[in-house]
Ligand binder design. Structure first.
Ligand SMILES: NC(=O)c1ccc[n+]([C@@H]2O[C@H](COP(=O)([O-])OP(=O)(O)OC[C@H]3O[C@@H](n4cnc5c(N)ncnc54)[C@H](O)[C@@H]3O)[C@@H](O)[C@H]2O)c1
Length: 281
């Protein structure tokens, strides 16, 4: 069964959560799910109009949200956004870092600006958000952070030297923050989605690739809906995950469960090899 919202499972009443990249895709789904579960939400995004539209949609549903237009690569702007959120709704208790982008290019011809844009947004920007929110959570003595990583935090993809490097970096960042801040009341985790049906994926990946490679090799046989990532993010933010920190949780339809998974693992070639005794060593 596919969840359509996460509101019934967790109660975030009284929580104040900043979601970066909340104007679209995974961030938007997470912000909406948090709002339905009772949280006051900061809609952080570089896309000002889109962020405001999400705030209006949440307000129309009776939720509390504020638009925080800022570039996650800018330390001062990030600091201001967190301060504005706290002034509006009280001490920050949660952070979800979903701002990110992809600019594919063969490694040998990737220009420096393309490398910098992706690594600065996905990794440095995430660090700055964690640092600004984390300082305040440390002062309050509690908080939870969920970083949006990727299956590309666990394995490479051609054309994505910048993206995969940033996503591998997120696992190191998450681990270090979990270690530094755990005993001071802050949990820090990451989720690793496979292909999620969002504007980023639809813009960047041709439909044939989505079908022939991504869906073909995913045991659950489909892309995720953004709400299915949000559901795991809400779990990790919630007290139900009170003993979970430093984890990278795959939300990948089983992609990382194995390598020989042509046709969702129903590859008759494997069965033919089996009956020929190939695995009988
Ligand atoms: N969609 C997928 O299949 C998928 C899979 C694995 C991981 N992810 C990761 O999830 C995260 C969100 O991706 P998505 O698919 O929801 O993408 P999306 O494009 O739908 O949303 C990303 C949001 O980030 C914002 N953003 C970009 N640069 C920013 C900046 N400098 N400052 C502030 N905001 C900025 C964009 O305006 C946008 O609203 C990314 O880190 C992405 O790498 C996505």
């Amino acid at each position: 069964m596919r969840p359509t919202s996460s509101d019934a499972r967790f109660d975030f009443t009284g929580s104040t959560v900043l979601v970066t990249g909340a104007a679209s895709g995974i961030g938007e789904a997470t912000a909406r799910a948090l709002s339905k579960a009772g949280a006051a939400v900061g809609i952080g995004d570089i896309a000002t109009d889109a962020a405001q539209a999400i705030v209006s949609a949440i307000a129309a549903e009776g939720g509390k949200a504020i638009a925080l237009p800022f570039d996650v690569r800018d330390a001062d702007a990030t600091e201001n956004a967190v301060a504005t959120l706290e002034a509006a709704f009280g001490p920050i208790t949660g952070l979800v870092t979903a701002a990110g982008l992809s600019r594919p290019s063969p490694a040998e011809s990737m220009d420096e600006a393309t490398w910098d844009l992706v690594v600065d947004t996905n990794l440095k920007g995430m660090f700055l958000s964690c640092q600004s929110a984390g300082r305040r959570m440390l002062a309050h003595g509690r908080g939870a952070i969920v970083n949006i990583a990727s299956v590309n935090s666990l394995g490479g993809s051609a054309g994505r030297a910048n993206y995969c490097s940033s996503k591998f970096g997120i696992t190191g960042l998450t681990d270090v923050l979990a270690i530094e801040w755990g005993r001071r009341g802050i949990r820090v985790n990451a989720v690793a989605p496979n292909g999620v049906d969002t504007p980023l994926v639809r813009k960047g990946i041709p439909p044939r690739y989505l079908e022939d490679v991504l869906v073909n090799r995913t045991p659950l046989g489909r892309m995720a809906q953004p709400e299915e990532i949000a559901a795991v993010v809400l779990f990790l933010l919630s007290d139900s995950a009170s003993y979970v920190t430093g984890a990278l949780v795959p939300v990948d339809g089983g992609l990382c469960a194995g390598y020989y998974t042509n046709r969702q693992g129903a590859d008759l070639g494997s069965n033919a090899l089996l009956s020929a005794g190939v695995y009988a060593e």
